[in-house]
Design a protein around this ligand. Structure first.
Ligand SMILES: Nc1nc2c([nH]c(=O)n2[C@H]2C[C@H](O)[C@@H](COP(=O)(O)OP(=O)(O)OP(=O)(O)O)O2)c(=O)[nH]1
Length: 152
């Protein structure tokens, strides 16, 4: 992993960490080329900031809620997942302490049942991460549907 590439952190926010049955999925509002594609809420870790603290800050900024962090869902590169633009992302299971709210960062929030996760137009590198999340929660998600979202 390029040590200079800025780490991204994201949350797999479920309805209950003890008995997870739904995942919060968020459609990006920008940039234009990623608009309408689904991601896990989160963002870039700032210099001097710990990854968990960065995640709590990002979720407060993006969804206006606190979160309780559960286990990390480790990826294949020192625990991180390869994502867009050569970046890497660490992912934690989480539960929101208040109702997540839509802000300018996202165009849609979907609380998704496991069986519907493969119907969302995910960012291109996100599907293996969603599969690992499902695996960690004991969900079955099937194959990814090839959805194409057309927006004006
Ligand atoms: N948050 C998030 N970013 C992802 C995911 N998958 C993925 O490839 N990315 C990419 C998109 C972006 O290139 C980068 C995260 O950038 P961001 O724009 O969300 O970061 P940020 O909130 O700190 O935003 P900014 O201050 O830099 O504008 O990681 C994902 O599931 N969640």
């Amino acid at each position: 992993m390029d040590p200079d590439s800025q780490l991204v952190v994201a949350a797999a926010i479920v309805d209950s960490l003890e008995q997870p049955t739904r995942l919060l999925c968020a459609a990006r509002a920008y940039p234009e080329e990623l608009k309408g594609m689904f991601e896990l809420p989160g963002g870039k870790v700032k210099t001097q900031e710990g990854p968990e603290d960065a995640l709590i800050r990002e979720i407060r900024e993006e969804l206006n809620t606190g979160i309780m962090l559960g286990a990390e869902i480790p990826g294949p590169t020192n625990g991180a997942w390869p994502i867009l633009h050569g970046r890497h992302m660490r992912v934690w299971a989480a539960q929101a302490s208040e109702n997540p709210q839509l802000t300018a960062v996202h165009s849609r929030l979907v609380v998704c049942a496991p069986k519907d996760l493969n119907t969302l137009p995910w960012l291109p590198t996100n599907w293996p991460i969603v599969e690992a999340i499902a695996d960690a929660f004991g969900w079955s998600v099937g194959e990814k549907c090839e959805t194409v979202e057309v927006t004006k």
